[in-house]
Design a protein around this ligand. Structure first.
Ligand SMILES: Nc1nc2c(ncn2[C@@H]2O[C@H](COP(=O)(O)OP(=O)(O)O[C@H]3O[C@H](CO)[C@@H](O)[C@H](O)[C@@H]3O)[C@@H](O)[C@H]2O)c(=O)[nH]1
Length: 420
């Protein structure tokens, strides 16, 4: 019997995701038409023997989360429960705090997944590796280029045995091009080292994390307190993948993740991809259209477009590399490229809304999305355009490389601006 835990964080996390995380908790943001963590749940539900999925985070259990959990339980016919930390306990503290719930029923092992990653989740392959040689901690690893590796947990492995010999979280100089994907398979034994860290923290008094923001003796940082501390002691192993993987930290990376998942749908969910039908809109490449959306037949959509519930797309609209969230309206002949259109927003006739993609370098197979800062040398970097919820864009204007905060009614064109 197996279980899975998804670490969903809480409202103080996901700041690089603003203004989109104002409306819906980041883990429920739609990526390729379904909430971000539904991809995790679908992958877990496919593993034979999966008994229960636990979401651990520090969000208040609000209506969208409750509704999502109810719908997911029905769809996957599995218990899916939310366990709330009353203070943020870090990436490992929640696992220790809720250990009785995780171990209830005696699972053979449990997966732990960061919510903000996009992956093809090779969980069965990880399980095979674990069953072949059970160890307390199995980490999924992938490769990154030297510069980008510094933004992740870096793993030095023994290439013969795949034991993790050395682990450094977000090092300041190059350590290894193998990075931690934030996808793990732990044995029940893994909770013992967590208990040791917890007890040590209790004895040492208050633990201050590096930011000093969330001190608390219950806080455990899985990466620094456990992986770095136990590397080289025969307890941590890495399973390497060359499948799809990306972090989802910023709106730009959500658009990139949407493209990766839409590509996956060819294999996993062909029914989710729109097909060209007589009298329907023209579809180019991978496009998701919610069944309740109304799309005019002369619109041209794709590639990499995802259209949410109740969206209206008018005649002659051109839409590519974009996510349109529920209830938005694109009036006739708008052109929307590399943009996220927020819930209930309206783009007026003949307007052009465009962003600049900052996708990984296509010539470097080890490149990942850069989700660094929005600014460089005090200037807003060109990036995808984001319209917050209920924004109104008038007819015949150009909005380029801009972020528009919720409920704004614009009256003219804007380029390279954050509109507050
Ligand atoms: N429940 C809970 N979840 C948390 C907490 N803090 C973070 N999380 C969740 O844990 C995951 C990791 O969060 P971060 O702390 O933001 O770490 P990171 O910068 O994403 O880096 C981690 O993931 C990388 C891969 O995406 C790894 O490379 C890196 O080593 C590390 O594990 C996210 O899904 C986040 O929601 C917490 O206090 N409580």
């Amino acid at each position: 019997m197996l279980k899975a835990v998804i670490l969903i964080g809480g409202p103080q996390k996901g700041t690089r995701f603003r203004p989109l995380s104002f409306e819906v908790p980041k883990p429920l943001f739609p990526v390729a038409g379904v909430p971000m963590i539904q991809h995790h749940i679908e992958a877990c539900a496919q593993v034979p023997g999966m008994q229960e999925i636990l979401l651990i985070g520090f969000y208040q259990p609000d209506e969208p989360l409750t509704r999502f959990l109810e719908a997911a339980q029905q769809e996957f016919n599995l218990p899916i429960r939310y366990l709330q930390e009353f203070v943020p306990l870090g990436t490992g503290g929640g696992l220790y705090h809720f250990r009785d719930q995780i171990l209830a029923g005696g699972p053979e092992a449990f997966f732990v997944l960061n919510a903000d990653v996009c992956s093809d989740f090779p969980l069965s392959a990880m399980l095979d590796a674990y069953r072949h040689q059970p160890h307390p901690f199995l980490l999924l690893g992938t490769t990154a280029n030297r510069t980008q590796s510094l933004n992740y947990g870096c793993i030095v492995e023994n290439p013969q045995t795949h034991e993790v010999l050395h682990y450094v979280e977000k090092p300041s100089t190059f350590v290894s091009d193998v990075i931690n994907c934030g996808i793990y398979l732990f044995s029940p034994e893994a909770l013992k080292p967590l208990r040791d860290v917890f007890q040590r923290n209790q004895q040492d008094g208050q633990l201050e994390d590096s930011s000093g923001l969330w001190p608390g003796a219950g806080t455990i940082r899985l990466e620094q307190d456990v992986f770095s501390a136990l590397a080289g002691q025969g307890q941590i192993y890495v399973h390497l993948t060359d499948g799809i993987w990306s972090q989802i930290k910023s709106a730009g990376s959500a658009l990139y993740a949407s493209r990766l998942y839409l590509g996956q749908y060819q294999l996993t969910h062909p029914e989710r991809l729109a097909k060209h039908a007589p009298g329907g809109p023209r579809i180019r490449g991978n496009v998701y259209i919610h069944p309740t959306a109304k799309v005019a037949p002369s619109a041209v959509l794709g590639p990499n477009v995802s259209i949410g519930e109740g969206v209206t797309v008018g005649e002659g609209v051109r839409l590519r590399e974009s996510i349109v969230l529920h209830g938005a309206t694109l009036q006739e002949h708008t052109c929307v490229l590399h943009t996220i259109v927020g819930w209930g927003s309206t783009v007026g006739r003949w307007a052009r809304v465009e962003g600049t993609p900052n996708d990984p370098n296509p010539n470097d197979p080890r490149a990942h999305m850069d989700s660094e800062s929005l600014f460089k040398d005090g200037k807003l970097l060109p990036a995808i355009t984001i319209l917050g919820c209920r924004v109104r864009i008038p007819a015949e204007v150009l909005i380029l490389n801009s972020i528009v905060l919720p409920h704004k009614e614009l009256s003219r064109s804007f380029t390279n601006q954050i509109i507050l």
